[in-house]
Design a protein around this ligand. Structure first.
Ligand SMILES: CC(C)(COP(=O)(O)OP(=O)(O)OC[C@H]1O[C@@H](n2cnc3c(N)ncnc32)[C@H](O)[C@@H]1OP(=O)(O)O)[C@@H](O)C(=O)NCCC(=O)NCCS
Length: 498
């Protein structure tokens, strides 16, 4: 593949004026046989008009002769420079779902590059198996197949084994959704929920938990160690050369015990006795009861249950991938879960929700939000609860949890709404080429606090839910296993002559 965009770009882009009519622009695009026109205002690029914009206008029933290009174009589009790397252009197009990028030398428009041209250039280029393409953070790299979930990042939809996750969250329990992931079909009766409850109530290795809880370790570090230790106490063995069904039972066992581990560690750390699980309750109700020693209210249990459904599974995220990598080595399921818990602890993955509350605490009052956010962005800090690697539309889980938070009420709602609005406005202005929206963690933080989960246990509670996804992925990996072993481009020094 060529090294620079200038070697691939079309040097004669179709150019239209913002005040020209949509009809004239569409006719010009058709006669030139191109899928996009660059909208220029004086010397600079004001926007881009694509076939997709024309289709949107047609669907809205506008008369193309009567409307100016400026009302349907995408303003201030992403542009690249002629010296940029074509692979970077492909990554950006795939990430943002664009098909065209104007190429500018400073302010001056010098060309346009289309996904079609880039792909053509890439496919006729020399293929060097020892130099894989750029894939920082494995973005857009397909690492396998799954029947468990699909994220439609452009539409903002999460599908769990054939069902819209937000519909499941409103209508079904966490155990039903775990059953769906486990068996590929929604459970008809209560059998799966009873099985999970029975496993949740298995005796804990209390001496191990006491030793961990006595130390001032972070809750996720304690949970990670407790999962690994529980696996050792249960003498779980590598699954390699055993039947995948044995592994399936062990994955359910480890997954189901997570709420009991989280609650026991938290209580022991405060000098309180663990509260044994009650197998007659659902996962959400029993988790809150094991934490606080008293039964939670119906609204709180329903809200937590909805959260658990929404957080149960989410494609090939960092912790799930970690679990699958470890499972692919044939190691025992506790090792896979402990590794996943380690990946989950980072603020860029599962560790953001408590930081959302820290941020709201720091902001304190609505009138302080604009200055606080401006300062954070000036200091290149990330605003917790916003942005996502895959979604380029609103995270559907955020929308569902916003609704749940508002239903639950409380004195955080007004501030949270305002911070959300102000943060989105600023992020969009700062990063016009990156579709930034609220992610699941922002409203999750508000819901979890309101239902009585201590702030330091937000990530652990996320893990209570995600254990369903980890268990299902580990089982799926084992049923069609191949050791996951990628490669890297060597950038170190040449071999030194001896
Ligand atoms: C989730 C997250 C890691 C996704 O990252 P990503 O896909 O790798 O996105 P990138 O890091 O490529 O970000 C693209 C640009 O948007 C900016 N951006 C993304 N999310 C941002 C945020 N929350 N606050 C400020 N800037 C943000 C980045 O700084 C980056 O700018 P740059 O190109 O100048 O470096 C990122 O959005 C983030 O850090 N969010 C805050 C933490 C969070 O809420 N995590 C929970 C995720 S569910």
């Amino acid at each position: 593949m060529e090294e620079h965009l200038e070697e691939i770009m079309n040097r004669e882009p179709l150019v239209v004026a913002p005040e020209g009519s949509l009809a004239a622009a569409a006719a010009a695009m058709q006669s030139r046989g191109v899928g996009a026109a660059v909208v220029v205002d004086g010397p600079s690029v004001a926007g881009i008009l694509t076939e997709r914009d024309l289709a949107r206008a047609a669907a809205a029933g506008v008369r193309p002769a009567d409307v100016p290009v400026s009302s349907w174009m995408t303003a201030a589009p992403l542009t690249m420079s002629p010296a940029d790397d074509p692979t970077e252009a492909i990554d950006r197009m795939l990430g943002c779902h664009f098909r065209h990028i104007p190429v500018c030398d400073g302010e001056r428009l010098v060309g346009i590059v289309s996904l079609r041209r880039l792909v053509r250039a890439a496919s006729v280029g020399k293929v060097d198996p020892w130099t894989p393409g750029s894939s920082r953070g494995l973005e857009n790299v397909v690492v396998g197949e799954t029947r468990l979930s699909h994220i439609d990042g452009a539409r903002g939809q999460l599908v769990l084994s054939g069902y819209d996750a937000t519909v499941l969250a409103r209508d079904r329990s966490f155990e039903d959704v775990w059953g769906l992931l486990h068996d590929g079909a929604l459970p008809e009766g209560e059998a799966f929920a009873r099985r999970v409850a029975r496993l949740r109530a298995e005796p804990l290795a209390v001496d191990l938990l006491v030793a961990l809880a006595r130390r001032p370790g972070a809750p996720m570090a304690q949970l990670q160690a407790a999962i690994a230790g529980t696996g050792a106490a249960w003498t779980l063995r590598p699954w390699y050369e055993r039947e995948p069904d044995e592994l399936a039972e062990e994955a359910l066992r480890i997954g189901a015990i997570v709420p009991a581990l989280v609650a026991a560690l938290w209580r022991l750390g405060r000098g309180l006795e663990p509260v044994p699980a009650d197998a007659s309750l659902g996962h959400a109700a029993d988790y809150l009861r094991m934490l606080h020693g008293v039964s939670a209210g119906g609204a709180e249990v329903r809200a937590l249950d909805r959260y658990l459904v929404l957080a149960a599974e989410h494609g090939m995220n960092a912790s799930t991938f970690t679990a699958r990598v470890i499972a692919s080595t044939g190691a025992d399921v506790a090792a896979a879960f402990a590794g996943a818990a380690g990946a989950f602890a980072g603020p860029l993955h599962g560790g953001a929700p408590s930081l959302v509350l820290d941020m709201l605490d720091e902001i304190e009052k609505p009138e302080r939000a604009p200055d606080w956010l401006d300062e954070a962005l000036r200091g290149k800090r990330r605003i917790m609860g916003f942005g996502h690697r895959v979604y380029r539309a609103e995270d559907p889980r955020a929308a569902c949890l916003r609704e749940t938070a508002v239903e639950l009420g409380g004195d955080r709602i007004e501030l949270a709404r305002l911070v959300e609005e102000e943060a989105l406005r600023r992020l969009r202005a700062a990063k016009p080429d990156r579709a930034l929206y609220t992610n699941v963690e922002f409203w999750a933080a508000i819901v979890l606090e309101r239902v009585g989960v201590p702030r330091e246990l937000f990530t652990s509670t996320f893990a209570v839910a995600r254990a369903a996804g980890w268990a299902s992925h580990v089982i799926e990996q084992a049923h069609d296993n191949r050791l996951i072993r990628p490669t890297a481009v060597y950038r170190g020094p040449e071999v030194t002559p001896w």
